[in-house]
Design a protein around this ligand. Structure first.
Ligand SMILES: NC(=O)c1ccc[n+]([C@@H]2O[C@H](COP(=O)([O-])OP(=O)(O)OC[C@H]3O[C@@H](n4cnc5c(N)ncnc54)[C@H](O)[C@@H]3O)[C@@H](O)[C@H]2O)c1
Length: 484
């Protein structure tokens, strides 16, 4: 939060009292030139968001030399205390436990902030941290919407901060070698890449009105998203399946596998068009995100498809959570975050790829070198791959329920090297296998959206452009392009 943004927020009479109470007096964020990191000293780390993935951040950071976790931050007191006990045991020193990340930003000795909050907080937490002079390790998706992701990239560049996206496959030799094989022409010309999330997701239970767990500051948890009651039974994690906070598996798993697909296709920007269809099928619950979804992105003569099959699913070419590159001389399948193989057109194994890496170590290397090009997953990559998920979901959310016949006829006009009909047929088989009568329930088909990858806006579609950002709840406001 830059000084003037803070001033503006303090001037807002509605929030002034709360802000004055919440923030330490006299704090000032760093100017873009200021650099609070001290590359040769022990690096001081705050982990923000501690429940699930936050545990991996703690483990990942404690496993590094020259690092100390000095702060832990979570609005859930219970989760925070559990993690603080754990860190104290492993590290020998108890980190300071806070609920509001802003309390740590004035501490000049804090070098690094890692973010594993729910998605709606990601971009803002990273932007505030970088404005305060910290380097950031930011979980995927780096944004909840396209615009705030771009803002995070701008902030990193303006403040010369290191910002790693938490797409750890980027540091895994198994993935790196497989993608390099594709880029080197190992399977000939590649015009189609497919990311897969075939992962069973159960119902999250019927919608109701639930209290936040004891010890949770729900105001801080909600942050930038507009005020809403809790309508899901399980407070943590299941926000993934409500668009107000999460992005469904298109934006949860997608930023891993779509990222690899985009990398192998050599796309350094968004697609030129996207169309998406799907539904939340097989059960009715408090979730509103698609559990079955296909997004087809096109750019030049290349296609990137992402498929979500959220009921019981069968693998495709050996992959369930994976990526398939289709080349003129063969194909490459990544079947896990660390392994895959290349095959010729007859399906004979040509080459295997294997090996895990250390994404946190890569981040720290860049923190010490002060060169964001040392990162394997710079924030720009994270932004572009998250944005592919978001634009696909914008098409889906603007869609209408249609009959399967209508869906079929609409898709015959999607010019692509992917056989769109084959993808649809596979989706229909998935639904049938799970006893979903797609003819009866119908599916939602979104419009084909044209995008200008340079401006990251849609052509002639106000409704779609409006969904590139959100209304932020003061004072948790992502700054505009001039204000980062
Ligand atoms: N890279 C990976 O492989 C990977 C794996 C799992 C999760 N993730 C990502 O990690 C993120 C967290 O996922 P999760 O499963 O741990 O979710 P979770 O709901 O279990 O945990 C999120 C935690 O963040 C806390 N939180 C909410 N608002 C906060 C705030 N303002 N400040 C500090 N903490 C706040 C919550 O109280 C909760 O403890 C997600 O964005 C997810 O996409 C990445």
């Amino acid at each position: 939060m830059a000084n003037f943004t803070r001033r503006r927020f303090l001037e807002d009479s509605l929030f002034a009292a709360a802000a004055a109470a919440a923030l330490p007096a006299g704090r000032a964020f760093a100017s873009p030139e200021a650099d609070t990191t001290s590359p040769n000293d022990k690096l001081s780390v705050m982990v923000v968001g501690l429940n699930g993935r936050g545990g991996s951040h703690i483990g990942g950071m404690l496993g590094q030399k020259g690092v100390e976790i000095t702060y832990l931050c979570d609005p859930d007191e219970g989760v925070g205390n559990r993690r603080a006990d754990d860190v104290e045991k492993k590290q020998g020193r108890r980190p300071k436990l806070i609920k509001d990340m802003r309390e740590a930003f004035d501490d000049k000795s804090l070098d690094i902030v890692t973010v594993a909050t729910p998605n709606h907080w990601h971009a803002l937490a990273a932007i505030w941290a970088m404005q305060a002079g910290k380097d950031v390790y930011l979980e995927k998706p780096v944004s909840h919407n396209v615009t705030e992701g771009r803002r995070a990239v701008q902030t990193a560049r303006k403040y010369k901060k290191i910002c790693q996206t938490g797409t750890q496959c980027r540091s895994n030799p198994g993935t790196i070698d497989a993608v390099q094989h594709v880029l080197d022409g190992g399977i000939g010309e590649v015009k189609l890449a497919r990311g897969l999330c075939y992962k069973r997701r159960g119902s999250i239970g019927p919608a109701g009105i639930f209290d936040p767990p004891k010890g949770v500051d729900y105001n801080l948890w909600q942050g930038p998203a507009s005020e809403r009651p809790i309508t899901r039974r399980r407070f943590h994690y299941d926000w993934h399946w409500q668009y107000h906070w999460g992005n469904g598996d298109m934006g949860n798993q997608g930023p891993h596998q779509m990222d690899i697909a985009r990398w192998g296709l050599g796309w350094d920007g968004l697609s030129e068009s996207v169309i998406s269809y799907g539904g939340r099928l097989g059960y009715e619950d408090a979730g509103d995100v698609a559990n079955t979804q296909v997004a087809i992105h096109r750019k030049g003569d290349k296609t990137l498809v992402f498929e979500v099959q959220g009921l019981e699913a069968k693998p495709l070419r050996g992959a369930k959570i994976g990526v398939i590159f289709y080349g003129s001389k063969g194909y490459v399948v990544l079947t896990s975050y660390t392994s895959g193989a290349a095959f010729d057109l007859d399906g004979n194994l040509v080459k295997k790829f294997n090996g895990g890496g250390d994404h946190y170590a890569n981040f720290l290397k860049a923190v010490r070198s002060r060169n964001h090009e040392d990162l394997t997953a710079d924030i720009l990559e994270g932004h572009l791959s998250a944005a592919l998920a978001h634009t696909g979901t914008i098409s889906y959310r603007l869609g209408k329920k249609v009959s399967i016949a209508k869906l079929k006829s609409a898709l015959t006009f999607v010019k692509s090297d992917d056989d769109s009909m084959e993808t649809l047929e596979r989706t229909l088989v998935h639904l049938k296998d799970n006893k979903v009568d797609a003819d009866k329930t119908k599916m939602t088909l979104g419009p084909m959206l044209k995008m200008d990858p340079k401006t990251e806006t849609f052509a002639d579609n106000d409704a779609a452009n409006a969904m590139l950002t959100r209304e932020y709840r003061k004072p948790f406001v992502v700054p505009g392009p001039e204000d980062v």
